[in-house]
Design a protein around this ligand. Structure first.
Ligand code: PEP
Length: 251
């Protein structure tokens, strides 16, 4: 089963209009028309349309960092799937650990967002991952399993293969600490086995599982070379054209 590698850059709340536009332009120019891997950038929502203009006609996809799971209406400050599509998005990150930790997002909310993303024809990137305490307490698999079961609750088997999972150990995000390729592969293999139980083995083989957590040009090749690692969700290193392109080229 060959799964197309997917490399996504999560710009978080780090870019403004001008530097985001030049970052997007630099990535689009370097990636060219037919990259072997799928490339996505996820700017802050206020800049989505502007980055969409820069990326128009390029092979780089546009993603959002969150959505609100409701149709248009009285939801002050929120943005829904239809609005993201309207702004040129094809992807959306859901349940990032920063949203879980800072904004108290729950698995139940993430499962609602997942349903809304799929109904709106967006490709969801659903994030899961354990904290350092979880890992040191031997709870990595239990935590990841609970997050996955909760976040994917209600997901129809027929739609599951279009969902991307991002395994992001919280202790490796933005810390410079990366899970070793063996540590990451162990959890990715566990996730794929669980996806086989939740859906079917065939669906699990089709689903892509990204690794995220201090991915850099120097460690990308080894991580992406693991059998169950199908891409990367990149924070810090996605803010520099050269670093992000080097990670893309390692895929
Ligand atoms: C992330 O934001 O999902 C992430 C993995 O960040 P970083 O690459 O900076 O660790």
């Amino acid at each position: 089963m060959s799964r197309r590698t997917i490399i996504a850059g999560n710009w978080k709340m780090n870019t403004r209009a001008a530097d985001g536009a030049s970052l997007a332009q630099g990535i689009a120019d370097a990636v060219g028309e037919n990259p072997t891997v799928e490339v996505v950038v996820c700017p802050p929502s206020v800049y989505l349309s502007r980055v969409a203009d820069v990326l128009a006609g390029s092979a780089v996809g546009l993603g959002a960092q969150n959505l609100y799971p409701a149709d248009d209406g009285a939801y002050t400050g929120e943005v829904n799937a239809a609005m993201l599509c309207d702004s040129g998005c094809r992807y959306v990150i859901l349940g990032h650990s920063e949203r879980r930790a800072i904004l108290g997002e729950t698995d139940a909310q993430i499962s609602e967002k997942l349903a809304a993303a799929l109904a709106g024809n967006l490709v969801p990137i659903v994030c899961v991952g354990e904290t350092l305490d979880d890992r040191e307490g031997g709870k990595t698999e239990a935590v990841v399993e609970e997050q996955l079961r909760g976040s994917l609750d209600g997901l129809d088997e027929a739609r599951a293969s279009g969902v991307v999972i991002a395994y992001e150990p919280v202790w490796a995000i933005g810390t410079g600490k990366t899970a070793s390729p063996e540590q990451a592969e162990e959890v990715h293999a566990f996730i794929r086995k669980l996806l086989g139980e939740l859906f079917t083995d065939e669906v699990a083989q089709q689903m892509r599982i990204q690794y995220g957590g201090s991915v850099k040009p120097g460690n990308a090749k080894e991580l992406l070379g693991q059998p169950n690692i199908d891409g990367a969700l990149v924070g810090g290193a996605s803010l520099k054209v050269d670093d992000f392109v080097a990670i893309i080229n390692a895929g």
